[in-house]
Ligand binder design. Structure first.
Ligand SMILES: Nc1nc2c(ncn2[C@@H]2O[C@H](COP(=O)(O)OP(=O)(O)O)[C@@H](O)[C@H]2O)c(=O)[nH]1
Ligand SMILES: [Mg+2]
Length: 684
């Protein structure tokens, strides 16, 4: 593929709710541009951008994929993104490096939950937007209804139809260009232009009026002439619209069918016309940008156990050349660039260099990962990174075999290089390795990738709750005696302890020994014996906390006493004392903050109550309500899934540890019973 000057590059991300047709559209664009010979199908697993086994199996996009098209002397870098909420981090990556987003809508379903989510991402990132209403060939497709939904949902920008469909469903035959007032009919694999059909004339002229007004509003001079009733030229109107799109004030809307390949060539033309070039967004010429020191941002890292690491990046300034040395400003290290590549799905093509604004890839960098800036050593600069969402579904990772266990940690850290929404935590209390993901599908796919890429087999289990044990009563002078005096060297340790609740501290040890009844040198052993006993409480084997132990009395034997004997005696005394001191189970309580649209508030509160939650307060924040509550961790580990089903994905939540509290008796009984059964099973 030839090298394109920055003015001739367009970077556009296809963003949408899952199933709107992004992957099919990317495929149709590639096909029309002649980049592929055969139009692949999502349902047959033959598209360019859904190429991973996890994707073809599910017919769902899981990672951002690059698909460049050469169209009328320009290059359009299309980024296909996932629509499923579990992979929203990939959408963030794509939006970070494009100059425009093409929001794809299903002509039947219209504005869906993830449409709103990704629209807002684009708005927050100040990414100009275009919209494509797809699936016009489907029964019940309705262009005008979807337009109305868009107007109702997206108030921040003017929604301006630049096309209208000719026919719908079975009779969908093509589109009218509103500005040109020209019809395009698709038949027998070709396109014919003609006059606007009579039945659409009125609609088209009213949209055209709206369009011209929207164009004029972006340019003072145009606006004046427009208000004076002057006729504006096509080029002027286009330029007004371009400015509006660049500023995010205007969203032009197009339509067609990706599956039937109707309107896609026109869409490519419209992208060239309205999606800003990198130069337009930077406010500089390509030559100016190229003459500056290198600044390139890595927006995606792919790992392959055989091929190694592949970094996808955008060049912002300067030129990235094959066989050069660059500087990673984040890792503060030099990197050797071998061959610069252009990617199309999984296919790679070597190129000499990439100009400012272009997207490409480099293999086998040593330290570079997602979010890093590649620059020059003498003049390093750091581009803003990418803000990824925090994963909130935890599962414990259990290796299937010893071999899997040995390979696991390396495989996971490699996977996390390419998937920035995975987190790994080691829970020191439960000794479990916890993998956090965005949702169930995300974690399922992670398990598949561990197997496919690294040959590591794992199971996921619900994480254990780190319960603790404590006491509610104080007991005094509890005796522990360890004595063995049959034959040879004996053992003798003997203590009396007091045990008391200690609300604000985990543990304290004191001694009030008088007259050396327990000799000084054995007192540390007594404390050690107690500390070891604390690690496994008597109820269900959880760590004991918030207790104070005082060594008050004891006795010794001049020959048989030893540190070991006093340690054992102390542990015996502690367990006996705990049994008598009204032991209870404690569970972690979380501070939870749920953010949902107002209409879900009742259901959210009901659900939190059923999870033994205490509502602390509610507060409006714009159209959203923020609900604060305290809820036991044991009830919360799948909350991301419950919240999604209550709100159809419109809610979000955060939680953090608050404090430990006593487990209600009827629940404690079950936990203690389970622990006993587990211990018995272990002993067998
Ligand atoms: N009838 C019809 N179906 C389509 C069209 N575009 C995509 N589809 C189908 O919609 C489903 C989802 O498409 P896909 O491209 O995977 O959507 P994505 O999740 O947005 O990438 C697949 O079964 C496609 O064949 C279209 O224009 N018309
Ligand atoms: Mg897709």
């Amino acid at each position: 593929m030839q090298v394109y000057p920055s003015e001739k590059v367009r970077n556009i991300a296809l963003i949408a709710h899952g199933g709107a047709g992004k992957t099919s559209l990317a495929e149709a664009m590639l096909f029309n541009a002649g980049a592929i010979k055969r139009l692949g199908k999502v349902d047959e697993g033959t598209t360019t951008t859904d190429y991973l086994p996890e994707e073809t199996k599910r017919k769902v996009t899981t990672t951002v994929a690059l698909a460049p098209c050469q169209w009328r002397g320009s290059k359009i870098n299309v980024l296909d993104t996932p629509g499923y909420a579990d992979f929203i981090g990939e959408v963030k990556s794509a939006l970070r490096v494009v100059d425009a987003a093409l929001v794809v809508l299903c002509g039947v379903a219209g504005v869906e939950v993830q449409t709103e989510v990704v629209w807002e991402f684009a708005e927050q990132g100040q990414v100009p937007r275009l919209a494509f209403i797809n699936k016009m060939d489907r029964e019940n497709a309705n262009f005008y209804r979807v337009l109305q939904q868009m107007e109702a949902s997206f108030s921040g920008a003017a929604i301006i139809p630049l096309q209208v469909p000719i026919g719908a469903a079975d009779t969908f035959r093509g589109v009218v260009d509103v500005l040109e007032q020209k019809a395009y009919y698709y038949q027998d694999g070709g396109v014919k232009s003609g006059d606007v059909p009579a039945e659409l004339a009125e609609q088209v002229s009213s949209f055209r009026e709206k369009l011209i007004e929207a164009a004029a509003e972006n340019d003072d001079e145009l606006l004046m002439r427009y208000l004076e009733g002057e006729e504006l030229g096509l080029a002027e109107i286009r330029s007004g619209l371009q400015q509006g799109v660049l500023a995010g004030r205007v969203v032009p809307v197009f339509c067609g069918s990706a599956l039937q390949n109707v309107g896609i060539d026109l869409l490519l033309d419209q992208i060239l016309a309205y999606a800003p070039a990198p130069t337009a967004r930077a406010g500089a010429t390509g030559e100016e940008m190229a003459s500056r020191p290198l600044a390139a941002l890595v927006f995606k890292t792919l790992t392959d156990p055989y091929v190694g690491r592949l970094n996808l990046f955008r060049v912002y300034e300067g030129v990235l050349r094959s066989d050069s040395v660059v500087y990673n400003a984040n890792k503060e290290a030099e990197e050797r660039i071998g061959q610069v590549l252009i990617l199309s799905g999984k296919n790679q093509e070597p190129v000499e260099e990439l100009r400012p604004g272009d997207l490409g890839a480099v293999a086998k960098l040593q330290v570079t990962g997602t979010g890093d800036t590649l620059t020059v050593k003498g003049n390093p600069q750091k581009l803003a990174g990418i803000e990824f969402p925090e994963p909130s579904l935890p599962m414990a990772v259990v290796p299937k075999s010893k071999g899997d266990e040995d390979k696991l940690s390396n495989a996971l850290s490699r996977l996390m290089e390419e998937d920035t929404t995975l987190r790994l935590e080691k829970n020191t209390e439960t000794k479990q390795t916890i993998l956090l993901g965005m949702g169930e599908m995300h974690l399922d796919i992670t398990v598949e990738r561990l197997q496919r890429k690294f040959g590591v087999g794992v199971l996921l289990e619900p994480p254990k709750v780190p319960y603790r044990e404590t006491i509610k009563a104080a007991v005094n002078r509890i005796e522990g005696k360890h004595k063995k005096q049959t034959g040879g060297h004996g053992q003798y340790g003997h203590v009396f302890i007091d045990l008391a609740p200690l609300p604000d501290k985990e543990f304290e040890f004191e001694e009030t020994i008088f007259g050396g009844v327990v000799p000084k040198q054995y007192i540390p052993a007594v404390e050690k014996g107690v500390r070891e006993a604390l690690m496994e409480g008597i109820l269900a084997g959880y760590p004991v906390t918030n207790v104070k132990v005082t060594l008050v009395d004891g006795s010794y034997h001049p020959v048989d006493s030893s540190e070991m004997a006093f340690k054992i005696a102390a542990a015996l005394a502690f367990r006996k004392a705990m049994e008598q001191a009204k032991p209870v189970l404690l569970e972690p309580i979380m501070n939870v903050e749920v953010r949902v649209p107002e209409e879900f508030m009742g259901d959210i509160i009901g659900d939190l109550n059923s999870k033994r939650g205490r509502i602390l307060g509610m507060q409006a924040d714009g159209k959203q309500q923020v609900i604060r509550a305290q809820v036991p961790l044991a009830e919360m580990y799948r909350y991301v899934i419950d919240l999604k089903s209550i709100t159809q994905g419109r809610g979000s939540f955060r939680m953090e540890f608050a404090q430990y509290e006593e487990v209600p008796a009827h629940i404690a009984e079950k936990i203690i019973e389970q622990a006993r059964a587990a211990r018995q099973a272990e002993q067998k």
